[in-house]
Write a protein that binds this ligand. Structure first.
Ligand code: FAD
Length: 338
């Protein structure tokens, strides 16, 4: 029996006997049924990790195959000195992705997937993050360009950092081959990293058209992405059409739907603005009929449950939930579908 059997529970097929967790790609392609996974944010600086643990405690009964941890670049903010002078300072409101990933892995023995960004990071900083993660035995990553800084209208790389996720993939690939960015060999290469990337059923906002966006997705696959996770969406048809077009372009990797239940009436305008996605008219109409956000929350759960049932009926290997500020709704949806 696995010496970690007491930790494995229903998840035992995912943990090998030396407790090395399965990679994301293996767990979604070889596990039974539609995999459940979710994403958490590192806590705001200074707020402790307990509320994040409570989120995981709420959702672990659904046997998450893995948990993603987002990364947030630093922002420039103006702070007032006692003399009333404003100083521009660089601030990371949510540091700690690597430490949070390690804390979750240690506490729950659930595989973790930290997000690695171009945005806000130099190549050297990325290299140090890769070294830290390898020491921690965390080798599943999601490689992303990352959001632009709030003060920027267009994405700008930091220092000698990268403009696109595919360049970050090249650095990770080179690291896997046993080389640092300066070309020197890694004396004792560790376990290689595997990774997924992002994709956009309603197109990335900067892409001139869907064909171009799919072209770059295919390049990311050729460069080594094993799966792609979608931006959130509320209209399954958009997802189905996107997968169909991707397949027609020869993109064969799993395309994991990313889902977030709607919770408040304000999100009708915030979500399209933030994530560049449409809210279907039928959902918008239901939300506008609601007299309170409690009613909106219920509508969001029902819409999301119906979305997930249809996705499962279409045989998606996995559903990834954006759980931020929606743990209770995600729990209701998971109860209904798993
Ligand atoms: P890229 O792959 O670089 O694509 C960006 C745009 O450039 C697209 O229009 C693409 O078509 C185009 N493109 C790609 N490669 C090239 C190239 N070589 N030359 C020219 N054009 C190219 N943001 C965060 O800050 N932190 C997070 O933790 C985070 N997690 C996310 C998780 C998921 C599942 C998703 C879907 C998004 C996440 N984001 C996160 C947001 C994401 O970083 C942004 O959407 C970002 O603007 C694009 O990231 P990307 O990795 O898709 O970039």
């Amino acid at each position: 029996m696995c010496k970690f059997h007491y930790l494995c529970n229903g998840n035992s097929q995912l943990i090998t006997h030396n407790s090395q967790p399965m990679s994301v790609i293996d767990s979604i392609t070889t596990g039974n049924g539609t995999a459940f996974s979710f994403e958490v944010l590192p806590p705001l600086k200074g707020t402790g990790i307990n509320s994040l643990f409570r989120t995981i405690d709420e959702l672990r009964e659904f046997n998450p195959r893995y948990i993603n941890i987002t990364t947030h670049r630093s922002e420039y903010v103006y702070q007032e000195s006692p003399e009333g002078v404003f100083h521009k300072v660089s601030l990371r409101r949510r540091p700690g992705t690597v430490a949070v990933a390690a804390a979750i892995k240690n506490r729950y023995d659930i595989p973790v997937v930290p997000h690695i960004l171009c945005s806000g990071f130099t190549r050297e900083e990325t290299e140090y993050v890769l070294l830290d993660l390898q020491f921690l035995g965390i080798t599943d990553l999601l490689l992303l360009r990352g959001d632009k800084a709030k003060h920027e209208s267009l994405f700008t790389p930091t220092g000698n950092g990268y403009s696109h996720a595919i360049e970050l993939q090249a650095q990770v690939n080179r690291f896997n081959e046993g080389y640092f960015i300066d070309g020197s060999p890694i004396k004792e290469p560790g376990q290689p990293f595997t990774y997924g990337v992002a994709c956009y059923p309603e197109k990335h906002e900067e892409s001139p058209n869907m064909d171009m966006d799919l072209y770059w997705l295919r390049e990311k696959v050729k460069a080594g992405a094993q799966y792609a996770v979608t931006q959130l969406f509320y209209d399954n048809d958009r997802y189905f059409r996107f997968v169909e077009r991707a397949r027609a372009e020869g993109i064969t990797i799993p395309i994991i739907p990313g889902i977030k239940p709607l919770k408040t009436a304000r999100q009708l305008s915030i979500i399209p603005k933030t994530f560049k996605v449409d809210i279907p008219q039928a959902l918008a109409t239901e939300v506008l009929r609601c007299k309170s956000d409690d009613e909106v929350r219920q509508v969001g759960i029902e819409w999301c449950t119906a979305q997930c049932r249809e996705l499962i009926a279409h045989g998606v290997p996995s559903i990834h939930f954006y759980a931020m500020a929606a743990t209770d709704s995600v729990k209701q949806v998971a109860k209904a579908i798993y």
